[in-house]
Structure formats: C-alpha cells, structure tokens
Design a protein around this ligand. Structure first.
Ligand code: GLP
Length: 237
C-alpha cells in the first residue's frame, strides 16, 4: 500500500489525475473504474484541463462506474449517470457507448446486476479503479454488513449514507433508499486501486480502514489486501 499525503484538495486532485492520466497514456484502451461523490470532482476537472490542452486522449478508453441510485432516471440531475456526464464525460472525447453506469431503473434489477458483472468481464476487467470513501467506510455503495458482498447487488442504504448524501437533494426524503453497486470482488479484481479521501472528517475512517482489522463492518478495510493500492489523502479542511 502506498499512502500519499497531499497538501490540500487541489494537490490531491492533481496527484490523482496524474496517476489516471499515466494509466491512459500507457494503455489508451484502459478500463477505468470511476466513482461519484464530491471528492473526485477536482480530479475530473484536472483531467478535463489536461485533455483540453491535448495532453490526454480518451478516444479508446472505456469506463465502468461503481454504482447508481435505484428508481431514478439517468436524466435526473441526482443520478450518477448525470453526474458523470456533467463532471467528466461530456467534456472529454470518451465515446458514450464506452461508458457504463449500472441502471437503477431496470425492470429486473437482479438481471441488471448479473448483466453488469458480465459486462465487467466482457470488457476485460478493470485496469484502474478510482474510489472515494463514505464516513462509515463504504466503497461504491457497499455498506457495512455481516459479510462482504462479492458481486453487483442491490443495497439498502444506511442512515449515515442517506444523511451524508442528502446535501445533493432538496430534502432528505428525496434521497433514494436503495442503490445498485458493484461488489467487493469486482473492485478487488481491478489491477490497480486509487483511493482518495479529502477533509478532516475522513481522517478517522481512513485510519480505521487502513490500519484496523479487515472486516465487512468497514468495507474499505478489504483494500488492505489489494496488491496495488494507492491512497491519496488530505485532511486539511
Ligand atoms: C457516495 C458514493 C461513493 C462515495 C461516497 C463519498 O455514497 N456512492 O462512491 O465514495 O459517496 O462521497 P464524498 O466524496 O462526497 O464524500
């Protein structure tokens, strides 16, 4: 495990974007596992800036996103598909058909979970997975549980996640109670993992996840077992 302490959020974002661009430059058709949340926004901004300067080309890159809320349409501003389009995809030359976000509106959600796992296999697995972390240690939407869920699954969101994500909605009642998320196995099978955490409020959970016991009660703790994990954190604000 490699831990990098960034000076501040912009330093964190630049360092994370550096690692992702190196991945895309070395392997242009990389499968990038991408994440939502406020933390990666700066990383995506930096990538867009470098793309606009002509430093990175995403024309053959592919992406698979970690998760999506259940029950909201992809054109809903709160959906993770909308987030990815707005914060990254519509600003770079990645082909839309090469970007995948699970559908939270599928008629048969179990079938969608299976199809998403098949898709990850079909694209050859994830070369580099970007992750944020929830205050309760969730990664993607893998919430604290009795056991690690291996495959893509439907999850009931925990109270801490619902209140943390309420800031993006008009009211807490509007936050979906369920989500579809990639499982721990697909995340752990990524060739490389890049975990980013920003802010004083993430320091405690990062310490527990990286230095405490590996337990499904803190899903991110499993990352200790990954052979190529880089963590970039800034606990300044
Ligand atoms: C959401 C996402 C996670 C993300 C987490 C932390 O719940 N499903 O993938 O890591 O929020 O978000 P933030 O970066 O805003 O703290």
């Amino acid at each position: 495990m490699k831990i990098i302490y960034a000076k501040d959020y912009s330093d964190l974002s630049r360092k994370a974007a550096n690692i992702i661009s190196a991945q895309v430059i070395l392997k242009p058709n990389s499968v990038l596992g991408l994440a939502t949340g406020s933390t990666p926004i700066g990383t995506y901004k930096q990538l867009i800036e470098w793309y606009e300067k002509g430093d990175i080309d995403f024309s053959v890159a592919r992406s698979v996103n970690l998760d999506e809320y259940v029950g909201i349409n992809s054109d809903n501003e709160q959906s993770y598909r909308y987030f990815m389009d707005t914060h990254l995809f519509s600003h770079i030359n990645i082909k839309r058909e090469n970007t995948y976000v699970p559908s939270g509106k599928a008629v048969d959600l179990q079938e969608e979970c299976k199809a998403y796992d098949d898709l990850i296999q079909k694209v050859g697995g994830i070369d580099m997975q970007l992750l944020g972390i929830g205050h309760n240690g969730h990664i993607g939407f893998n919430e604290p549980d009795q056991a690690f869920e291996k495959t893509t699954h439907i999850v009931e969101l925990g109270d801490t996640t619902i209140s943390a994500n309420a800031r993006f909605f008009d009211s807490i009642e509007e936050v979906p109670r369920k989500a579809i998320t990639m499982g721990i196995k697909s995340i752990m099978q990524a060739q490389k993992i890049l975990l980013i955490a920003n802010g004083k409020d993430k320091e405690e959970i990062i310490n527990k996840a990286l230095n405490g016991p590996v337990t499904p009660a803190i899903p991110a703790s499993i990352l200790q077992l990954h052979p190529d994990l880089t963590v970039i954190c800034s606990f300044e604000s």
